[in-house]
Design a protein around this ligand. Structure first.
Ligand code: ADP
Length: 402
């Protein structure tokens, strides 16, 4: 059993935020983040009479000031989070890394990066090949395959299908009894070297659905899942044996709510994106609830509160462990495990293994340091705090005698 690890990264203020001297409202420590409400209103989830709420996480990264001693670079994130994914892969576990946050908070920068400042996906790919080289056992053969998809308006599209398959044709999500959820007909690309992966990443990103939103000029409105299928094959007692791990690297769509003044298509996108994210929230909430049941903790009211708000946006979802929230809500103890609504959205059907299943999972929440993003940042922090109590059951995916 392994708890989902939750990390938070704070991006630097944008040029506009610097120009307009927007106040910064976060105090980032290694394992906690304090957020200040400049309106001096008492925060609902802060300590009594306080306008500061504090959230605890497994790790918090400040990328606010490149000159600060605690500045978290792309390399820092790879060394800590990327290496955890690689360790899991080489042992034979499935692993997932999910970037969650409002548009413009740094999800794509962290996951993909720029040519000058590579993000986690290219670094993890590079890391696989360099570990194969250094750890290479003559008795083991390795295979790396890539797939890349997006979920847009609740439909799955292959980002690497090339010209043969029209990008408009949606693919179906299915479930294999042993191997877990998969997308029928999704292309898989065997990659012999790291440079082949770089080409595929570029191709996939170019195919992602983007559109102008009210927050950001060309923001991604789809969830993107980059999957590395990593196979290690050898002989055990003269019989062939394969250890297979699936690494899901996920760049979720922006978690902000749709602007009601926006055109119909954009609002429909927003509704679907939120449907996936609300379902993700409900799955996280139900799993957190179930894990609390198994450790005999109180707090069952959370799920109901969150579910009652299902028609609302994420930002109104009730929070979790700021240190005050659990005790402040007198929960009715339920002795039955909650139903986990994986099937309510394409995203959660596909991520079933990553959430409470057979995978080691890291949720990386990305946030802005500025007061102008106060409510979205609060929402992201609550969401992330909730994910901390999810317990997964990773196992080594060994397939003897293949
Ligand atoms: P999102 O994917 O969440 O919409 P982006 O990754 O596109 O956000 O980031 C928005 C902008 O902020 C981009 O210009 C990006 O380069 C910049 N940015 C985000 N995070 C960082 C960071 N940690 N360091 C430097 N620049 C960043």
């Amino acid at each position: 059993m392994a708890n989902v690890k939750v990390a938070v990264r704070v991006r630097p203020p944008s040029q506009k935020e610097v120009r307009t001297a927007v106040p910064l409202i976060l105090d980032v420590k290694e394992k906690s983040i304090a957020i200040r409400n400049l309106k001096q209103q008492r925060l609902k989830f802060a300590a009594p009479n306080s306008s500061v709420a504090e959230f605890a996480f497994d790790r918090c990264y400040s990328s606010i000031d490149p000159n600060a001693p605690d500045y978290a670079s792309q390399e820092t994130l790879f060394n800590e989070l990327g290496n955890q994914v690689l360790d899991a892969a080489f042992i034979g576990f499935n692993a997932s890394l999910l970037a969650y946050g409002q548009t413009g908070s740094g999800k794509t920068y962290t996951m993909v990066g720029t040519p000058d400042s590579l993000g986690l996906i290219p670094r993890i790919c590079e890391g696989i090949f360099s570990r194969i080289k250094s750890e290479c056992k003559s008795s083991t053969s390795y295979k790396v395959e890539i797939s890349f998809l997006e979920i847009y308006n609740e439909q799955v599209r292959d980002l690497l299908a090339g010209r043969v398959q029209k990008r408009t044709s949606a693919l179906r999500v299915r479930e294999h009894p042993k191997k877990g959820p998969y997308v029928q007909g999704l292309s898989r690309h065997v990659v012999p070297t790291c440079s082949h992966i770089a080409e595929l990443i570029e191709q996939g990103i170019a195919n992602r659905t983007t559109a102008a939103t009210y927050v950001h000029d060309a923001s991604s409105r789809s969830h993107a899942i980059f999957t590395i299928h990593f196979t290690q094959a050898n002989l055990q007692e003269n019989l062939p044996c394969e250890v297979i791990s699936k690494l899901n690297l996920v760049d979720l769509a922006g978690s902000e709510r749709a602007d009601p003044n926006f055109c119909r298509t954009r609002i429909m996108e927003g509704a679907n994106i939120n449907r996936s994210l609300v379902t993700l929230g409900n799955v996280i909430s139900a799993l957190a609830e179930n894990s609390m049941l198994s450790t005999s903790c109180v707090g069952s009211q959370h799920v109901n509160l969150w579910r009652d708000n299902i028609s609302d946006t994420i930002s109104q979802a009730p929070p979790a462990t700021s240190g005050y929230s659990l005790s402040s809500i007198s929960g009715r103890r339920s002795s039955h495990p909650c139903y986990v609504p994986y099937r309510d959205s394409v995203l959660t059907r596909l991520l079933k293994d990553s959430l409470g299943g057979n995978a080691k999972t890291i949720v990386l929440a990305t946030i802005s340091p500025s007061s102008s993003s106060f409510s979205e940042t609060m929402s992201t922090l609550r969401y992330a705090a909730r994910a901390k109590s999810i317990v997964n059951r990773p196992r080594v995916n060994e397939d003897p005698n293949v």
